[in-house]
Design a binder for this molecule. Structure first.
Ligand code: ZN
Length: 220
C-alpha cells in the first residue's frame, strides 16, 4: 500500500506557479520543479519566487524535444541553454543553487520515450554520451533515484494530469488516481505532476486527494 511519495512537478513554470508554491509551502510539502527553458524566459520571477520559498529547480530542457530525435550537440544545447536561465533565476532570488538535477522530456534518454531501452549500439551510444555529458556538467541524482544507473530522474506514477479527458473531468481523474493506488503494491513512489496553464485546476484536488489518503510527502 502506498504510504509515501516524492513530489516532482514537470513543465514549470506556468502562470500559476506562485499559487502552487504557496499551497505547497502552507502544507509544508517538499517538491522539485523541473522547468522548461522556454517557459523560464517568460516567468523568471515566478521561478525565483519558488526558489526563495526553498523549492529546488531542475532542468527539463529548453524546448521539450525527444532526445532520441536530436543530435548529441542539440541535446547539449537544450540542457546548457536552460542551465543559464535557471542560474539567472537563482541569482534573481539571491540563493546559491544547491544542486543541479535534470529530468528529460517524455523520459526519453536518447532511445525513445518512457525510458525505452536502447535497441542497438547507435542508440546505446547516444544514451551513454548524454549521461556522460550530464555527469561532466555536474548533474546529480536525487535521493529518490540514488540507486538508478541514470543521472536523470524518472518516475513511478504519472497521474496523466495533462490529458484532455482528465482536464475535462475532475471526477474521472480522481477515480483514476484511486485505481492507481489500489493496484500499486509498494510503499513509496515518485509521483509526476505537470503544471500548465490549462490544467491548473487539477493541482489542488490532486494534493487534497493524496493528503486525504494520509500519504506522507518525503523530502526531495
Ligand atoms: Zn515534460
Amino acid at each position: 500500500m502506498l504510504k509515501r511519495v516524492y513530489l516532482t512537478i514537470d513543465d514549470a513554470p506556468s502562470a500559476h506557479l506562485e499559487k502552487i508554491v504557496d499551497f505547497l509551502s502552507f502544507y509544508q510539502i517538499p517538491a522539485v520543479f523541473y522547468v522548461r527553458g522556454g517557459f523560464v524566459e517568460q516567468y523568471c520571477s515566478k521561478v525565483a519566487y519558488a526558489i526563495s520559498k526553498g523549492y529546488l529547480i531542475g532542468n527539463h530542457t529548453y524546448s521539450h524535444s525527444c532526445f532520441s530525435e536530436l543530435s548529441f550537440e542539440q541535446c547539449q544545447h537544450e540542457i546548457l541553454k536552460t542551465e543559464l536561465l535557471i542560474d539567472a533565476c537563482y541569482a534573481m532570488a539571491g540563493v546559491i543553487r544547491p544542486k543541479k538535477v535534470v529530468r528529460l522530456p517524455f523520459g526519453d534518454r536518447g532511445a525513445g520515450a518512457n525510458a525505452r531501452t536502447a535497441q542497438n549500439d547507435t542508440e546505446q551510444q547516444h544514451v551513454m554520451q548524454i549521461q556522460k555529458f550530464l555527469a561532466a556538467e555536474g548533474f546529480e541524482k536525487l535521493s529518490f533515484h540514488h540507486a538508478s544507473e541514470y543521472i536523470d530522474a524518472y518516475w513511478d506514477w504519472d497521474t496523466q494530469d495533462y490529458k484532455t479527458r482528465h482536464i475535462e473531468d475532475l471526477t474521472g481523474y480522481i477515480k483514476n488516481m484511486a485505481s492507481f493506488m489500489e493496484n500499486y503494491h509498494h510503499e513509496s513512489a515518485v509521483i509526476l505532476l505537470h503544471t500548465f496553464d490549462h490544467n491548473a485546476h487539477l493541482f489542488q484536488p490532486t494534493l487534497s486527494f493524496l493528503m486525504a489518503q494520509s500519504i506522507a510527502f518525503l523530502p526531495i
